[in-house]
Design a protein around this ligand. Structure first.
Ligand SMILES: Cc1cc2nc3c(=O)[nH]c(=O)nc-3n(C[C@H](O)[C@H](O)[C@H](O)COP(=O)(O)OP(=O)(O)OC[C@H]3O[C@@H](n4cnc5c(N)ncnc54)[C@H](O)[C@@H]3O)c2cc1C
Ligand code: SF4
Ligand code: SF4
Ligand code: SF4
Length: 764
């Protein structure tokens, strides 16, 4: 194997893993003219995020955030999806890899399947539903979930009555599209690509190993992911908090933290980083679903280290009455008569207490997949001792093999925002490697000509979405449809279970054409995530995208008036009528294309600003790096070593040298921005040295400053110093008297007003 970079670079990238990390990297690359092959083991893309109900700390609907991205990935001309697929080998060198990919048979022809579900209705074989974490059953021919991308069905061969016993074929008889193909075979294909990105995510710790906690033994002990499905309106209990043994509404619900994490003797030694926050989220949402629930979180240490996380925990305590109990749980036992759970724990004083709960949720940690060692071997990359991809703190998305990068939780446990950020970062690395080959393997999108609607009488199509039960449980959808169907200019009205599902985009396009619609109204959820999706859909059908209006009947109606179905329905009708009235008056808006200045202004020459500058310059863009100090480096100038022992000053010097020697980067030191005018793609900025710069984008990386303490005698005694002063004195070689006693006071100026957040780095 050679790590020399090929002179014959390919303009394509293979991404392994179709969770949010892999999808973000795929979209960034494909939207920047790189061909993407997205290899996904399951039958749909989406990963863990599609199974979550809401996300912390904002309480956004997880599916609403990811579903438009899934549709965009699914219909992107320059992203090829390889489902039920895995990489077998990677040969070659950075810039020019040959990747063998094995496709397991699906037994359903994706080009013929319309996603109608007729086969599923007739299939007699029922299996535990893995998407619902075993809380419900699915058929042997199935789609992973309602908004799956693609929505092509697949057959679980090992359970199919025909494939195992030679009798049945009920799905084949039911399928009018002739899509069932029992002759389907495993295939191996070879892809030639310039770089590989690994984003296989993580598995959950198998808490059945901790027999004393009762998972798998006591029905009302569930995992945190099972509880996500219990909370979800599209889940097995339609979002009504229900305990599995008897479908009773639980009152006292306990969360046990750190299950499988931070336990070097019996499980994994690392912190899984998301469970403190997801337990807080789940307890808040459970309470929102059922105000009688009394949540208790049993924890050893609460890790609320992100922006606004501390506030979130405070809100859970103060506004929702969530009880946080620092304790050690030793066992959970079932009362066989009631199905209730008796939990034994030691409180902070060490006192043993038995307390009864209706339901217990195990906050299971994250760990590499069972096949992680084999996976690393396939790609010939090094792992750390726990089988995460090995990376350096100074280049966190590079693996040990050049041209192969890593993103998402396989690099280390992290939440969705950090995963998305890293997805974009890794795409930037691949783009820098393959810059010369940009656009060599992609095809441009050909837009169909726009239908001329000038002087045409409005023909409005209305689609009213159930959003599973998110809207339908609190708004009578039939009544909304009936109330608007006879309004003037209405050419078509229908309801739909999930307007945003990929197959629905095809249905909307077809309806626009078949019914000759010239205006479209979709009554669904928030325009923030969904408006661009639906606008693209009607544009693909030949309508100007501004002939669209979205009526938000979820955030503005079903969600904000829980339990008031009649009033919500009336309000939904008014909202949709207003949209229709607006739609009648809508005119096409012509988009003008203006050139973009291919230069970026970066404000702040710390390590983040410099890393961004180098990445952009390596991709061929001009960069202006503005630093108000006379020297580059920012906060890092005062640091000496990372936790892992890397020499920070050496890294800083080499980064500064690269920045200063790069012809595409102009450093404006001792300079500040005075004024910026213009718009995205074309900005004009005046600097304090009177220079005026034209640029298309701006990156702000001005960092922060150390809190200047006044408390703890810090302004009166020279024996009270900050961590940074200590670091400086240690680095200067100062010898401290071994008999001296030191005390570190944590959280000074953090996690209290006015800085009600964790500063994240001081503990380390
Ligand atoms: C119960 C629970 C609640 C959570 N709640 C939140 C929350 O509220 N907010 C938040 O920010 N984060 C939350 N998280 C964390 C969040 O789920 C992760 O940060 C995020 O999903 C990571 O995305 P990913 O793309 O790295 O991995 P994943 O989402 O796991 O996706 C990886 C994908 O790769 C596929 N794959 C694996 N191996 C292979 C292979 N060999 N070949 C091809 N494909 C493969 C997998 O099938 C999977 O689809 C929660 C996690 C859990 C478990
Ligand atoms: S396989 Fe046939 S019956 Fe099943 S969803 Fe696809 S088209 Fe419909
Ligand atoms: S042949 Fe298999 S997949 Fe088809 S209906 Fe029968 S059991 Fe289900
Ligand atoms: S995030 Fe919280 S629950 Fe999860 S391992 Fe870390 S400390 Fe434990």
């Amino acid at each position: 194997m050679s790590n020399n970079i090929s002179s014959n670079k390919k303009g394509s990238v293979v991404i392994v893993g179709g969770g949010i990390g892999g999808m973000q990297a795929a979209l960034d690359l494909a939207n920047s003219q790189f061909k993407v092959h997205l290899i996904q083991r399951e039958t749909s893309i989406g990963g863990t995020m599609v199974m979550l109900d809401k996300t912390f700390p904002t309480g956004d609907c997880s599916m609403c955030m990811i579903s438009p991205k899934m549709v965009e990935v699914g219909r992107h001309l320059n992203i090829d999806l390889h489902l039920r697929a895995e990489v077998v080998s990677v040969e070659g060198q950075p810039g020019d890899f040959k990747i063998k990919v094995k496709h397991a048979p699906r037994y359903v022809d994706p080009d013929k399947c319309t996603g109608c579900g007729d086969c599923e209705a007739k299939c007699p074989k029922r299996l535990p539903n893995e998407f619902e974490q075993g809380l419900s059953k699915r058929k042997c021919i199935y789609s992973l979930f309602a908004q799956a991308v693609p929505n092509t069905r697949a057959i679980s061969a090992e359970h199919c009555l025909f494939l195992t016993r030679g009798t049945c074929k009920k799905c084949e008889k039911a399928c009018k599209a002739g899509a069932i193909n029992f002759e389907d075979k495993e295939k191996e294909i070879e892809i030639n690509a310039g770089a590989v990105i690994l984003s296989p995510g993580l598995d959950r710790y198998d808490a059945k190993v901790r027999g004393e906690l009762g998972l798998g033994r006591w029905k009302n002990v569930v995992t945190s992911l099972q509880f996500e499905r219990i909370l979800s309106a599209s889940g097995p209990y339609t979002g009504v908090v229900t305990r599995p043994s008897d479908e009773k509404h639980p009152k006292k619900v306990a969360w046990i933290q750190c299950v499988g994490s931070r336990d070097p003797h019996n499980a994994n030694p690392w912190c899984s980083s998301v469970c403190c926050m997801y337990a807080t989220k789940q307890s808040i949402i459970a309470k929102e679903h059922d105000k009688n629930i009394e949540p208790t979180i049993f924890y050893m240490e609460m890790r609320s280290f992100g922006k606004d996380f501390d506030k979130y925990v405070e809100r859970a305590k103060n506004d929702y009455g969530v009880r946080y109990l620092r304790s050690m749980v030793s066992a959970v036992k079932e009362d066989p008569a009631t199905g209730d759970l008796i939990m034994r724990y030691a409180d902070e004083a060490g006192k043993l207490i038995d307390e009864t709960f209706d339901m217990v949720v195990l906050s299971v940690g994250l760990e590499p997949h069972k096949d992680a060692a084999e996976f690393a071997k396939t790609f010939d990359i090094e792992t750390d001792p726990h089988l995460f991809a090995k990376t350096s703190p100074l280049s966190p998305v590079k693996t040990s093999r050049d041209g192969i990068y890593v993103t998402g939780t396989y690099q280390g446990p992290k939440d969705i925002p950090d995963t998305v950020m890293q997805g974009s970062a890794v795409a930037g690395e691949a783009m820098a490697l393959l810059a010369e080959a940009r656009g060599t393997e992609t095809v441009p999108k050909e837009l169909v000509p726009e239908t001329n609607v000038e002087n045409a009488k409005p023909r409005i199509g209305v689609f009213v979405c159930h959003c599973g039960t998110n809207i339908a449980s609190n708004v009578n959808i039939d009544e909304v449809v009936a109330a608007v169907k006879d309004l003037p200019d209405i050419a078509y009205v229908t309801d739909t279970i999930y307007a945003c599902a990929q197959d629905n985009q095809e249905i909307i396009k077809k309806t626009v054409k078949d019914k000759e619609l010239n205006r479209v109204v979709i009554a669904s959820c928030t325009p923030r995530t969904h408006e661009p999706l639906f606008q693209d859909t009607i544009r693909d059908a030949g309508l100007n995208k501004y002939l669209f209006d979205l009526s938000d009947i979820r955030e503005q109606c079903s969600w904000c008036h829980p339990g008031q179905k009649e009033e919500s329905t009336k309000k939904a009708i008014q909202i949709v009528k207003m949209s229709i009235a607006k739609s009648r008056l809508q005119e096409p808006i012509k988009s003008e294309h203006v050139g973009v200045t291919p230069a970026c202004l970066i404000i702040g020459g710390g390590i983040a600003g410099m890393a961004a500058a180098l990445s952009l310059a390596e991709q061929g863009f001009t960069v202006h790096l503005i630093e108000k100090e006379d020297e580059l480096g920012g906060l890092v100038r005062k640091l000496n070593s990372t936790l892992e022992g890397n020499d920070v000053q050496e890294f800083l010097e080499s980064t500064i040298a690269k920045v200063l020697s790069n012809e595409l980067i102009t450093v404006h030191a001792g300079t500040e921005v005075v004024n910026t005018d213009g718009f995205v793609g074309n900005f004009k900025t005046t600097l304090s040295d009177t220079n005026v710069i034209e640029h298309g984008t701006i990156i702000i990386s001005t960092g922060g400053v150390e809190y200047k303490p006044t408390e703890y005698l810090s302004s009166e005694s020279n024996k009270v110093i900050t961590q940074r002063e200590l670091e400086k004195r240690l680095a200067s070689g100062e010898q401290f008297n071994p008999a001296s006693k030191f005390v570190m006071i944590q959280c000074v100026g953090s996690r209290e007003e006015p800085n009600q957040y964790c500063s994240r780095i001081c503990c380390q």
